[in-house]
Design a protein around this ligand. Sequence first.
Ligand code: HEM
Length: 152
Amino acid sequence: MTAFTRELLIFLHLLGAIAWFGGMFFAYFCLRPAAAETLDPPKRLPLWAATFGRFLRYTAAAVVVIAVSGLAMLIETGFRTAPTGWLVMTALGLVMMLVFGYVYLALYPRLSTHCLASAWPAAAIVLNDMRRLVAINLVLALCTVAAAVFAR
Ligand code: HEM
């Protein structure tokens, strides 16, 4: 692998991580309180369904980019010689991807279905489950970046 290829991989890896982490931060700390403050459930829940529909699709692309670029760099260095932080990052990254997969494939379709049926209490329960999982992934993302940077 040339030095340029390696730089390109880390560039893509960081773009993916920034989009995913930053998107979750914005959703959790900015959009969530603002929507709760200003919108009633019949407006707020469809807004979330429409927002997640877009965010989760972009995040799926980011997850593929992060996994492919990360594994390519890790395999080139070798698992045995890789710094501990990289292995911790890989493990945490995989857990984050599983959590993401569950939100995207199991919870989001339920949120959409409940919103289409105007079943607001049921939609609110699913949205709250999604909120908890996003909070978990935010903490995991923080730990992943810390592992990447501090355990080199
Ligand atoms: C399958 C999952 C992942 C694998 C295999 C992986 C692998 C790697 C590798 C090998 C590097 C080192 C590149 C180098 O310095 O040459 C790296 C850097 C980095 N990764 Fe990951 N990564 C994964 C997931 C993530 C996730 C989910 C995040 C953030 C949420 C993340 C954030 C970072 C950051 C910030 C760096 C730069 C660290 C630095 O150079 O100081 N990674 N990753």
